[in-house]
Design a protein around this ligand. Structure first.
Ligand SMILES: [Zn+2]
Length: 55
């Protein structure tokens, strides 16, 4: 099941929406902290908390 996930950076609190199966790593736009690790399948969320999931 794929969809979008709202996450919040643990370091600075910035919220962002990411795709559950993103194909690349995602960094926080504010402090460049790695928040999503791409796995080739469902993403691995690191240094961030899940706020909400969609779909
Ligand atoms: Zn951040």
């Amino acid at each position: 099941m794929s969809g979008f996930i709202k996450i919040r950076c643990r370091k600075c609190g910035t919220e962002m929406i990411v795709f559950s199966h993103a194909s690349r790593n995602i960094r926080c736009p504010k402090d460049n902290e790695l928040v999503v690790q791409s796995t080739g399948g469902k993403i691995n969320i690191v240094n961030a908390d899940i706020i909400q999931t969609y779909g």
